[in-house]
Structure formats: C-alpha cells, structure tokens
Write a protein that binds this ligand. Sequence first.
Ligand code: FES
Ligand code: FE2
Length: 453
Amino acid sequence: MSDNQPVRRRAKSGTANTDAVQKEYQPYVDADWGFVNHWYPALFSNELAEGEVEGIQIAGIQIVLRRANGKVYALKDQCIHRGVRLSAKPMCFNKETISCWYHGFTFNLESGNLDTIVGNPDDPLIGNTGLTTYPVEEVAGLIFVFVRADDYPDEDVPPLAQDFPLRFPENSERFPHPLWPAAPSLLDDDVVALGIHRTGEANWRIACENGFDNAHILVHKDNTIVQANNWVLPLGIRPASEDCITVFDDAEGPKGMMQWLFTDRWEPILENKALNVKVEGLNSRLYRTSVILPGVLLVENWPEEGVAQYEWYVPITDDTYEYWEVLVKHCPSDEDKEQFSYRFDTVYQPLALRGFNDCDLHAREAMQDFYADGTGWQREQLVETDISAIMWRKLASRHNRGIAAPPPGAQGRDKASSIRLRNVSEGKSPGYFVEKIDDLNNFNRTSVRQRNK
Ligand code: FES
Ligand SMILES: [Fe+2]
C-alpha cells in the first residue's frame, strides 16, 4: 500500500463558486429554458413581408407572427382546439384574423380571441376563449416580441427600453469613457442596424456568459481581424479592483452590469512565467462590454470606432439558442448608409460577425456537453476572472421577470445534447480520437443575413 495521499482533483476551498455563492444564483441555474416576460428579437423586419406568416420558438414558447397592413402581430402558435401550429400552413381569410388550417378556428390578430370557426360559425365557444397575444415593437429593422406567460397582464408589459442596453450619451456621466464617442443605440433616430442571426447548439446561458467573458481572449488570438490589424492582445484580463464591474438596477431602467474594461480596474496579463510566454507592445482595439437582462450584450466601440455591436442569445430550447449579431451606427445621410453597408459586406460580416464570432459559437458548443445534464453548474471550478459570470448570474437571478417552464413533452426526455445527435445523424459516432478544430475561420453554419436599408 502506498502512503501517498490521493490526488485532489477538486479544490476544497478557493474556487469562486462556493456552495454559498451558488445558492445566490440558483434561479439562474433553474432557467434552462430561459426567462419569460421579457423582450426578445424575433425577426429582421424584412424577413416578414406584408401578409406573410412565420413561426418561431423562444424560451420553449411557439409563436406565430403575421404582418397585416404593415403591422406585426404575434400570437401563441398552438391552436386551442387540438394544438397544431398555425404557422405550419398559414391560412388567412382577411387582414384581421388568422385561421387554423386544420378545422378552421379563426383568431383575432389584435386580441387573440376566437372570432369564428370556418365551418361551425355558431358554436358557443366563439367569443369565449382565445390565444395568448404577445406585444410587438419594430425598431431599426428588427421586430421585437414580448414573450410572456399566458397570465402576464397587459398593463405590466414594460417598455422595450427596459430590456435594452444602456443608452448614451444619457449615461455618459454615470459610465464615462473618454476613449470613444457615445455608443449608438438601436433606439436612436438615425441609426442603421446590419446583422445576422443563426442557431447555435448550446444552452443560452453558456452563450451569454461567453459574450462578456474577459478571460477568453485566447480563443481569438489567431483570428484574421486580429492579425490583419496587427493587434497584440494581452494573455488575459484580471480584475484589479472591487469595483471592476458596476451593477445597474434602477427601478424603471434596464437591469444589467457594466464592465470597466481598459481602465485601471482591470489588469492586462502580459506574462506567464510558468510557460515562459510574454506579450510586448500591447496594441488592440479598446472596447467595453455590458450585459442586460434577458441576455443582451453591448460591445461599445467594436469592431470599429462609432460602431456598437449588439448580441442576443435567445433561448429556443434548453440546448439551442438563436444567436443575434447586430452592428449599429449613426448614418445621417444616404452616403453614410451606403458606406456602412459596404463596410459591413466587405469587413464586418466576414471578419467580425463570422471569423471572430465563429470562435465564440464553437467554444459555446464545446462547453455544451459538460452542462447538458444540468450538473456542470455544480462541477465547474471557477476562478477570479469568472467574476463577471458570477455577478451576472446573481443579478439575473434577482431581476428576471419569470423563469420559463419546460414545454409539455420536454420533461424527462433524454438530455444528451443535440450536438451529439447531429454528429450521429451525420454518421460520426463518438470515437477514440477527438475531432480537431483545424480552421476556426472556416467554421460555417447556415444563417440568415438581413439588412435594413
Ligand atoms: S386543431 Fe386547429 S382548428 Fe382543430
Ligand atoms: Fe469572444
């Protein structure tokens, strides 16, 4: 028998996510399917032309969208009769209603009420029941839907701005940064928003936490946009002060947190002696990230000055999310619009939204297996640089307006991740050797790219 102590694979103390800390963010851990009673982007405006019908899913809730007389309506996409999705075979007899293609239950777009039944117009059910409706706002070429629980009252629906990143210059005094001009907002008058959205195979929280993770610079070191600009990134960024992050939670405002990047509250790491790695002559883009409920990232001054990047990680199921990447810029003249659009096509989309962000998309999928069955939240061993994720989890636990329930049929299902299922369906069974990532810049995924002209 050996006298050696067993190797300790798990620290007894010192990890940032102690049991006590974990308790503080238990509601977040419970939010596998996302948060409800919040505003989410649903489609780009030009993905829903006049008269068109689209079905989407957010936080496990199926939603049908229809544009009629220019206005977008959103209703629960589940017929009250026998439960089919109305969007599966759109049927509309006029501009005020949408009918179910199966037995003709016909719902008012505005109120959701059951207005009539095509082949049974005198049934007593008519006028006495209906579908949940979801408030809709359309700004800067994006359609936002307030995804709510069936019993969430109309009068409690907050303005869209409450689920949006902080606006500047209104908040410049509170969150000053002398290094760049006030970040444009989608809610400003003369902005143009260009972007893409695509489906990522990971839980929405993993995606969201990656967006503002200051410790993951390593993932991006070989990216074309970094190399082409001769950026020299630090090895990491470490919190250097208690107030490196400020939580904002004003009663009537958005709930989120601001990271004071590129100030003395964060320290760039330039050397790792154990590995004999050193970085000299730091030279990179200066930016700042903030994150807001229900999971919206704002990157100021990125990928270039005067541009702000918004990201949403919209939960679809507990293992898929819709990844929205939108660049916003003030474009007061037609010439500005044209230039921004050209730059989007030739630089921002290929090098930033794809090349750079593809690495993030991939990293999130790489984490999914660990978190898929829900135990990863206990098994992870967090460190000092994970302070951002921990603060976010706590604030999201305190301020979310509701935790999405798994939809019927989801309970008790096999939690093996969809990535594994996809691989199996492509004939790639789990093997002995790892599948290597050999060219991150070519990590492609079908996506929709839309523009607001
Ligand atoms: S299922 Fe919709 S009308 Fe019967
Ligand atoms: Fe990243």
